[in-house]
Ligand binder design. Structure first.
Ligand SMILES: [Zn+2]
Length: 270
């Protein structure tokens, strides 16, 4: 079932500006350089909004859990870019040991490569959500038709393999364009970004990764936060281990010490 598309503030403004520029040029053709300049500046603004993963000017974007979940002391661990046959099983063991639930933003292509592992994530009580079919670096450069195919393919892959249709989408590297939100509305998906991330695809220092999540620039971790870690594409520690395997136990200990309960994003839907 598609959901209604509510254009973000910037989309409404941009549409009005384009209409005004067209009307202005029709009435006063000599004013075309002003109209062209205004439209170009507007496109710059739209591009900038798409480059900021936590920005909600292009459409609704979960950067925190809803207030009802935060009031219950809940927090969300989101784990991207898997499933990975070496790292994900160990992440699942760590989550089990701490009785924590997490949300895995999986890549459709990897779900097809490792279907049993994808099913195991769900069987052990976690959620699998849509992180696109191919996780291409050029994701945000494509138009609506391509986006429907790419995101729809991952919906189909995950539904077919895991028996469950995703409710959330996260853009590769968080990069978006103005066509994404109407496509997500059509596929009944909610965009989710994060409150805190630790750049753990580049930083192999587990202490730095954990402390950035627990006590980053925005102060101490608190209820309602959405944390971002990676089981796929993970940076390696000096011993060659995926950094999540050393950082996650510290983050989970930190949750317990603060009385925070890790839940899936789906669980937090009001
Ligand atoms: Zn990713």
């Amino acid at each position: 079932m598609p959901r209604p598309w509510h254009p973000g503030a910037l989309i409404g403004f941009s549409a009005a500006l384009h209409a005004a520029a067209a009307a202005g040029v029709a009435l006063r053709p000599e004013a075309w350089p002003w109209a062209a300049g205004a439209v170009a500046a507007n496109h710059g603004l739209l591009t900038a909004a798409g480059l900021l993963p936590r920005c909600s000017l292009l459409g609704t974007n979960w950067t925190r859990l809803p207030g009802t979940a935060a009031a219950r002391g809940e927090i969300a661990l989101t784990i991207d870019d898997g499933p990975d046959p070496d790292v994900t099983p160990r992440v699942l063991d760590l989550l089990d040991a701490h009785r924590a639930r997490a949300t895995f933003f999986v890549i459709g292509r990897l779900v097809r490569e490792h279907p049993a592992l994808a099913r195991e994530i769900v069987a052990r009580g976690h959620a699998v959500e849509n992180h696109s079919e191919h996780h291409l670096k050029t994701f945000s450069l494509h138009g609506p038709r391509w986006l429907v195919r790419e995101i729809g393919a991952a919906q189909d892959t995950i539904a077919e393999v895991c028996g469950r249709t995703p409710r959330f989408f996260r853009a590769p590297a968080g990069l978006r364009n103005p066509f994404l939100e109407p496509v997500l509305a059509r596929l009944d998906l909610q965009l989710a970004s994060w409150t805190r991330r630790a750049y753990d695809t580049r930083n192999g220092d587990a202490d730095a990764v954990a402390s950035r999540l627990l006590d980053g620039r925005d102060g101490k971790m608190r209820s309602g936060d959405i944390l971002l870690l990676h089981d796929g594409n993970a940076a390696r520690t000096s011993c060659g281990r995926a950094v999540i395997l050393e950082a996650l136990p510290r983050v989970l200990d930190g949750c317990r010490a603060s009385g925070l309960i890790p839940v899936t994003l789906e669980h937090a839907i009001p």
